[in-house]
Design a protein around this ligand. Sequence first.
Ligand SMILES: C[S@@+](CC[C@H](N)C(=O)[O-])C[C@H]1O[C@@H](n2cnc3c(N)ncnc32)[C@H](O)[C@@H]1O
Length: 286
Amino acid sequence: MMPEVRAAAARLAAAGVASPRHDAEQLAAHVLGLSRAKLVLLDRLPAGAADRYAELVELRAARVPLQHLTGTAGFRRLELAVGPGVFVPRPETEVLAGWAVGSLAGVREPLVVDLCAGSGAVALAVADEVPGARVHAVERDPHALAWAERNVNTRARAARGHLDLPVTLHRGDVADPALLADLTGTVDLVTANPPYIPDGATVEREVAEHDPAAALWGGPDGLDVVRAVERAAARLLRPGGRVGVEHADTQGESVPAVFDRPEWTEVADHPDLAGRPRLTTARRTG
Ligand SMILES: C[S@@+](CC[C@H](N)C(=O)[O-])C[C@H]1O[C@@H](n2cnc3c(N)ncnc32)[C@H](O)[C@@H]1O
């Protein structure tokens, strides 16, 4: 490992960063415009990159999220643009996206609605992995929506030969009973990673200081927006359509309970890769 990167990892460890070596390497790769794997080919950080690297390491030590410093977050097969004003997509949400993709197997040209879209991570992953899907994404916060627009447009440019944008964005509130009224009763799948942290809970510094408050806090029990998602999904889905909602690992009973209504069948909860309950799914009754 380059001595500058070793020193940076020690600096980040002392600052309480959870993955100091990974982050020190990722920042070096970013500054040099290389993949992390290629760092082993270098003995020293080139002199011209040292100042910028030191600056980024100090910002990371001050707990600015790694993804805000590199400007990107990997999500399934995609690299998304992220920064101040939008929630950084998390690896655990790939479980929701993966379930969504699998649940659409055999559905021709499925109609999908992603609520609480943020950067557009879930909506874009579904559009990317389910050929023919028509995906609508809803976000209330204009700052987050601007990041989603950037990601949708980048993706559209990348998909050469396709004239249509992969995802249609809507500025809207999940709690609005008229949201996407023209799609009522026609949607095959609704996904949502809503804000679900109970008000007043303790979160890491990176999260508290850099993720937008609107992306985090879900009211006294964390379920205010989950309840709105359930109502919106019940209205939008066709009979037999499905909904998937991410939740905190402490909500493996309370979120399925939100779906304990005659509108739903096959209510189930699913663990993430670490075995913690993180995803509630249900099917709209006929
Ligand atoms: C946890 S973030 C998830 C973002 C993205 N889906 C992801 O998984 O990375 C939740 C998002 O929901 C948005 N949001 C919060 N309340 C909302 C509401 N009532 N209607 C629509 N969007 C809302 C927030 O602005 C934020 O972007």
